[in-house]
Design a protein around this ligand. Structure first.
Ligand code: AHR
Length: 678
């Protein structure tokens, strides 16, 4: 063991990349340099000639929720917080300025929040009155600052109406935390009619804590709404776009599906604050902003400035799914608010509007452009359908009230759209009374896909790698919709995305893969967290205003997804699947497209393990295979902004001995091996 640690240490302290590969290569080969475990080699047999089930293309996907500033302040690239003054405290995020000092000289100018209308769904706007040219301005602080990048252009826009006096010039500045100007531009609103004004500003410096200043010149009154600032380098350079670095991390996973928009956010703390997709589509300025339920959820992580602008709405989610090649999976409210909060339910005789929302969503996604909702999709720039195949009814609901409502949804959805698959929930826990009740009821109704959630300690994940071995092959399919190993406890703010958790998830995932006949979709949750704006840990991807990194858990998910294969192969130790014997967990698939066998092996023990894998049933195997291995010196190892790839896959090759692979698996490691076979 000491010896292995020293190899990792060489890697960290003074090795070039080439030596890293040699070191890892040695680890995986049956090298005589290594001190081997004293126990017998683990002998595993993969029967290449006996695929037992298909692996669905949807197998490994993404769960997105607007939690931890995942949308506003995160994926959605808007830099202005509270752009339309609709937060409960309408000036939140904004300050008035007089020549850079935070004092308000009412003689020079003032700002009032009016409750009039640009649009009925967006009633508030700001009225700025300038009395003298002493230098009145307003500043937006962004989401824990604004990330500004040198040589990138920023598109400023504002809806404005000049209500009296001269046409006033608005001088727009991007500034760093100390107030140094990084770029400027100007717009001059004129005329009473509400119009959109735009200017592009090139930044001459990089700053994680930037701000936006607007200085007013002239005398008069101007009304402002939808004050916006977007970087020009959004994903696919789209206006109203997404942060390219964050989308790239998702695209790199080649996810099979994208579930949106949550999570509990779908349910709302009460029914009024449930997610309503119709309010998130169409013109931006018409979308009705709402509090984010995570604003007040945890007293230990209050987020009073967390709202949903819905600039990232259902159209944008569908578009994102399409961009990254993922099947869209929208989840809708089933007429029940979060049962951990108010547990409000809509009476059964008033459920129709909720069901209608689901029917209309299918039309929005798939309908002809002459249908009511298909027409709206077309008007937003997407005439071709989004090819929606599944829809979720409720998030983590439980009890007879859910079953009753779910049945009503199924009846209506299946009679109009028989081909659509319905994802149902069996509550927040993977066992216990609520789980068993829902499981029995849903199986009784022959549900299409049941969503199971597990937030548990790493030991639970190791123990449950056999969870699906006995599930009914002919029953409903399973969507492992939310899982994450918790290093401390569920919802503890001290949870870490450490290697121990990621490794336990990898072990558990070999069980998901082995049971791909039943488990057809899987996703880690939550997905994103802003390093200063989070409410929930652990999370798959962390970001600040300029950077982002994947956690060790991200690299585990990614390795499974990039190596999902097409067919499950039996992989046995003795006569049983590899589910913890000698600390090993393993699964195998065939990739018919590339003609490769793909092995996934977790060594969860603290010892190196000598392992011999035989590819039985293959006529021939290539002389060498490829491997990717993730390991860490310590189980508590994590990635961070300064060492984003510390725990990430290292690649290499492994020699074959005929149809056998002899490996020495490092302690606490996860390896993926690909070998071409005939
Ligand atoms: O992923 C965080 C939360 O965990 C989700 O919103 C909810 O579905 C689950 O309880």
């Amino acid at each position: 063991m000491k010896h292995h640690h020293s190899i990792f240490m060489i890697r960290k302290s003074r090795c070039s990349n080439a030596i890293v590969h040699v070191a890892l290569f040695c680890l995986l080969m049956n090298s005589s340099h290594l001190v081997l475990s004293q126990s017998d080699p683990a002998v595993m047999v993969v029967d290449v000639s006996k695929p037992v089930a298909d692996v669905q293309p949807t197998m490994w996907g993404i769960f997105f929720e607007d939690i931890n500033f995942g949308a506003d302040g995160g994926l959605y690239a808007e830099l202005v917080k509270n752009r339309s003054f609709e937060f409960d405290v309408p000036m939140m995020g904004w300050t008035e300025q007089n020549k850079g000092k935070f004092s308000i000289n009412r003689e020079s100018g003032s700002m009032l929040i009016m409750n009039g209308t640009l649009k009925a769904s967006n009633p508030r706007f700001a009225r700025v009155t300038i009395n003298s040219d002493k230098g009145y301005g307003i500043t937006n602080e962004g989401f824990r600052g604004m990330g500004i990048k040198k040589d990138v252009s920023y598109n400023f826009s504002v809806w404005a109406s000049q209500s009296s006096g001269d046409a006033m010039k608005m001088r727009i500045e991007l500034v760093d935390a100390a107030g140094k100007v990084l770029g400027e531009g100007a717009v001059t609103p004129s005329g009473k009619e509400w119009k959109k004004y735009e200017v592009s500003i090139l930044a001459n410096g990089t700053e994680p804590k930037g701000k936006l200043n607007i200085w007013f010149e002239g005398k008069g009154t101007v009304d402002l709404d939808m004050v916006s600032l977007f970087p020009s380098d959004t994903w696919k350079k789209r206006a109203n776009g997404l942060r390219a670095d964050l989308v790239q991390l998702l695209a790199d996973m080649k996810p099979g599906f994208l579930r949106f928009p949550g999570g509990c956010i779908v349910e709302g703390r009460d029914l009024d604050t449930r997610y309503q997709w119709k309010k998130t589509v169409g013109q931006l300025e018409n979308r009705e902003q709402m509090i984010n339920r995570w604003n007040t959820e945890f007293a230990h992580r209050p987020a009073p400035d967390y709202f949903q602008s819905f600039g990232l709405g259902f159209f944008e989610y569908f578009q994102l799914a399409e961009d990254i090649g993922a099947e869209p999976l929208p989840i809708l409210s089933c007429g029940m608010a979060c049962q951990f909060n108010t547990a409000e339910v809509v009476p059964m005789d008033q459920l129709d509007p909720y069901i209608q929302d689901a029917l209309d969503l299918i039309e929005f996604a798939n309908g002809d452009i002459n249908t009511e909702w298909g027409k709206l999709r077309n008007s937003m720039g997407h005439p071709t359908p989004f090819s929606l195949k599944m829809i979720g009814v409720g998030n983590e609901q439980w009890g007879p009230q859910y079953i009753e409502r779910y049945q009503a949804f199924v009846k209506a959805l299946k009679s109009k759209y028989p081909a659509i698959k319905i994802v149902t929930s069996n509550g927040p826990f993977p066992e216990g009374e609520l789980f068993e009740y829902a499981d029995k009821e849903l199986r009784g109704m022959n549900a299409d896909i049941i969503d199971e959630h597990y937030y548990n300690k790493p030991e639970w994940f190791l123990k449950n790698s056999t969870r699906y071995d006995k599930y009914d092959r002919k029953g409903p399919k399973i969507f492992a919709g939310e899982y994450a190993a918790q290093s401390v406890a569920t919802v503890s703010p001290d949870n870490k995305n450490n290697w121990e958790c990621a490794l336990a998830e990898a072990a558990f995932m070999t069980g998901l893969e082995r049971n791909a006949e039943v488990v057809t979709m899987c996703s880690y949750a939550p997905l994103f967290a802003h390093s200063e704006g989070w409410q929930w840990t652990p999370d798959l991807i962390w970001f600040n205003n300029l950077k982002a990194y994947g956690t060790p858990n991200y690299y585990v998910q990614k390795l499974f997804s990039l190596n999902k294969g097409t067919h499950v192969l039996p992989m046995l130790m003795g006569n049983t699947p590899v589910t913890g014997q000698q600390g090993l967990y393993a699964s195998a698939v065939l990739d018919k497209n590339s003609g490769e066998v793909v092995l996934k092996i977790v060594n969860a023990s603290a010892e190196p393990k000598q392992s011999n894998v035989e590819l039985r049933g293959a006529k021939q195997a290539s002389a060498s295979g490829k491997f990717s291995m993730i390991g860490s010196e310590t189980l508590s190892g994590v990635n961070g902004f300064d060492q984003p790839m510390a725990i990430s896959p290292k690649e290499g090759t492994v020699a074959m001995k005929g149809k056998k692979i002899n490996l020495t698996l490092p302690p606490h490691s996860f390896s993926v091996i690909r070998v071409k076979v005939n």
